[in-house]
Design a protein around this ligand. Structure first.
Ligand SMILES: NC(=O)c1ccc[n+]([C@@H]2O[C@H](COP(=O)([O-])OP(=O)(O)OC[C@H]3O[C@@H](n4cnc5c(N)ncnc54)[C@H](O)[C@@H]3O)[C@@H](O)[C@H]2O)c1
Length: 477
């Protein structure tokens, strides 16, 4: 069930699906249900495989892609599209299953899906990637694997808001009469129907998750974690969308990001790395090597085992596995990536008293804000307009009440200073914070009620499975 590395050091995901299944089955045993239902929930309903040709550089190239739908209700199914050279069907199905459990845990009305294209994005120019993406979209749309009502992709490893806008545009071209066409993908640029705060959402969610843990469950850790987040020394793996934003928000809170591990190696600074300038360097050079305000070495995977308070794997699955779990020297592991800790490593780390904030919860900020974007698109109304009107009304009532109580009128400037913002970004951030807070509270309450649920991952899975089971039972299947 563990991952193995091939000679080129690329992770082979042979055990990822088996690991997700094993985590599911461990939790499903704690949820009473009719015979056979657990199996129905666990398996992936369907996986579409496409192999299509694109004429580029004067010849034909064939690409292979997948879109897996783990479950069909509620609709639409939701989940990212990954562009990577090492993907395969099992990886896509494992990620789709995680999406189902994640949406159920976060109480979002989506089923789970995931897609991937086997491609090394560094091999192709932007114009070529656009042509490949548009062809991939045609294949998916023809089979209803991209549709505002049925299946809604989002960015993931190797894709970005630019990929999403190509997909949305191609879907619209094929379906000009679909009034909800812009809701066929999320994670679009704001100027093209996206929502403020989506790019940072997963990393911000990781940050909220850590804060919730420190506020409520810090004593879960049998290791000596500092009392507050701000005192923590943090190691982050992956300076992509998720890793960069998580590191940025933690650093802004005062945490020291003492090491960042990337594809080419690791850069360290005991006093804390300047994340903004490291990111600028990484984006321009394509590597962390050469960053002037830190010391560099090539051995990134060994850096995962260095002493720290919080370890945030934010790149790939299965990086903490049977081979290194005994040597991990972090007090808290936060799964910003999907599936970075294997089933076997999870068992070892639990035995060692190292707390894991699981992927289902830790990286759910992305799909949560994608939900806000989808609602905004199908609502055809700026997100939060209704809430904003309601809030302005409540604000006015509050000010009037205060004036009555004090027996004097406020100046217009004073009234303006009482206003609490209310931009789309404010609403997205507060909506995300609330979702992360309530999901953590649900996990904590469940752990408090049930002596047989020790760790946060099992609590997250039990909540998700109970909700999915409830849905199947209500529908009558
Ligand atoms: N983007 C989202 O909104 C989102 C939401 C939920 C979960 N996730 C998960 O978070 C993880 C990262 O996604 P992302 O969107 O940040 O992808 P990304 O492509 O933006 O970033 C991934 C980063 O990891 C680095 N990386 C690749 N191989 C590495 C290695 N061997 N060692 C160290 N670094 C390596 C890449 O160079 C890149 O900088 C994935 O598991 C993804 O499924 C992403």
């Amino acid at each position: 069930m563990d991952s193995i590395r091939n000679p080129s050091e690329r992770i082979v995901h042979r055990g990822f699906l088996a690991d997700v299944d094993a985590m599911f089955l461990r939790a499903a045993e704690l949820v009473p249900m009719q015979t056979g239902l657990s199996e129905k929930i666990r398996i992936c309903n369907e996986t579409y495989i496409t192999r299509f040709g694109v004429r580029l550089r004067g010849r034909m190239y064939t690409f292979e892609g997948w879109r897996a739908v783990h479950t069909n209700h509620p609709a639409p199914a939701k989940g990212g599209i990954r562009y990577a050279p090492s993907v395969d069907q099992e990886e896509v199905e494992a990620l789709a299953a995680l999406m189902s459990y994640k949406c159920a845990l976060m109480e979002l009305p989506f089923a789970g899906s995931k897609g991937a294209l086997k491609i090394d994005v560094t091999d192709w120019s932007d114009a070529e990637l656009e042509r490949i993406t548009r062809r991939f979209t045609q294949e998916l749309a023809r089979q209803n694997f991209i549709s505002p009502a049925l299946n809604v992709p989002a960015p993931d490893v190797g894709t970005s808001e630019r990929t999403m806008v190509w997909m949305a545009n191609e879907y619209l071209r094929m379906n000009p009469q679909d009034i909800n066409a812009s809701a066929c993908v999320t994670g679009k640029p704001v100027a093209a129907g996206g929502i403020d705060g989506r790019i940072e959402a997963t990393g911000r969610g990781v940050y909220y998750a850590i804060r919730e843990f420190f506020n409520t469950e810090r004593e879960l850790s049998r290791t000596k974690l500092p009392k507050t987040v701000e005192e923590c020394r943090v190691i982050v793996q992956g300076l992509g969308n998720v890793g960069y934003h998580a590191a940025k928000f933690l650093a802004a809170d005062g945490c020291k990001i003492v090491a960042v591990i990337e594809r080419d190696g690791v850069v360290r600074r005991e006093k804390g790395l300047d994340i903004e300038s490291l990111k600028r360097h990484f984006d321009s050079e394509g590597k962390v090597e050469g960053f002037p305000d830190g010391s560099y070495s090539e051995d990134g995977s060994a850096a995962l085992e260095e002493t720290c308070d919080i370890l945030i794997p934010a790149a790939l699955e299965s990086v903490i596995n049977h081979d290194n779990a005994e040597r991990i020297d972090a007090k808290l592991i936060v799964e910003a990536a999907n599936g970075p800790v294997t089933y076997e490593a999870d068992r070892i780390l639990n035995e060692r008293g190292i707390v894991i904030i699981p992927d289902l919860y830790a990286n759910a900020g992305g799909v949560t804000v994608s939900y806000f974007e989808w609602v905004k698109n199908i609502g055809h109304i700026p997100f939060g307009l209704m809430q904003r009107r309601q809030r302005e009304h409540e604000q006015a009532c509050l000010v009037e009440g205060l004036e009555d109580a004090l027996g004097r009128k406020f100046t217009p400037e004073q009234k303006a200073s009482f206003a609490t913002g209310g931009t789309e970004l404010d609403l997205v951030r507060s909506g995300l914070e609330e979702k992360m807070r309530s999901a953590f509270a649900n996990m904590s309450e469940l752990r408090a009620e049930r002596a047989d649920i020790g760790d946060l991952r099992t609590a997250a899975y039990v909540l998700a499975i109970t909700r999915i089971k409830g849905m199947y039972e209500a529908i009558g299947i």
